[in-house]
Write a protein that binds this ligand. Structure first.
Ligand SMILES: Cc1cc2nc3c(=O)[nH]c(=O)nc-3n(C[C@H](O)[C@H](O)[C@H](O)COP(=O)(O)O)c2cc1C
Length: 197
């Protein structure tokens, strides 16, 4: 698949088979993330690759608990509201049971932390598409980066004390009829362009 096709057909996959992925494929995706540009070539984004089932399950429980304890205040960002509502209901699995969750982290005090990690995450999503893998940005651990229980657990998995969770990405085999990720582009209703000629 050429680069433009990989970019233009990338879509989020939220239904994954639980089957593990070959290490070789996961490594290729991570290398695409590591190849992303960074401000001043700082290369400070770190990738915590969680494949251990017990860790994925424990995180799902901690995340659900943290969101369930939050108040549903008016004006909440739509996705955050969904996470809180789903957690209060119970049975919320923020990573959709995917076999791999890549958590991105960066220095909390670094001004380009989010921008650099977003470049890495997008590179990984495009690479996953080119490799016929499903992927989806997963933001809950970013929102909960300062939640004491979630943070303590992530520190046990390798998050450094001076780091903030910038985002996350699930990877897996798409659970679709043809086994391929969804690729039909969504209509563009936003992202306007202003030409100055
Ligand atoms: C910053 C960011 C955060 C996102 N967080 C989540 C998330 O936590 N869970 C989820 O299922 N999708 C998440 N997404 C995926 C978006 O919902 C998705 O990209 C959007 O609906 C467009 O669909 P597409 O990716 O198939 O083009 C996130 C995407 C971005 C860029």
């Amino acid at each position: 698949m050429d680069a433009m096709t990989a970019v233009m057909t990338r879509r989020s996959t939220r239904r994954m088979k639980p089957n593990p992925l070959p290490r070789r494929l996961v490594e290729q995706v991570i290398e695409a993330g590591r190849a992303a540009p960074s401000g001043g070539n700082s290369q400070t984004t770190r990738f915590i690759v969680i494949e251990r089932k017990a860790a994925l399950s424990a995180l799902a429980v901690l995340v659900e608990r943290a969101f369930a304890a939050m108040a549903l205040e008016p004006g909440l960002y739509r996705s955050l509201r969904h996470s809180i509502e789903a957690s209060k209901k119970g049975g919320y699995v923020f990573h959709y049971g995917a076999p791999v969750l890549i958590v991105t982290a960066n220095k909390a005090a670094y001004g380009n932390a989010m921008a650099d990690s977003a470049c890495a995450l997008e590179n990984m999503m495009i690479a996953a598409n080119a490799l016929d893998l499903g992927s989806c940005w997963i933001n809950q651990l970013h929102w909960l980066t300062d939640d004491p229980s979630v943070r303590a657990y992530l520190e046990g998995l390798g998050l450094e004390k001076d780091e903030t969770v910038t985002g996350g990405l699930i990877l897996g085999w798409p659970d679709t009829e043809d086994g391929l990720p969804p690729r039909a582009p969504l209509p563009r209703t936003g992202n306007p362009v202003v030409w100055v000629e």
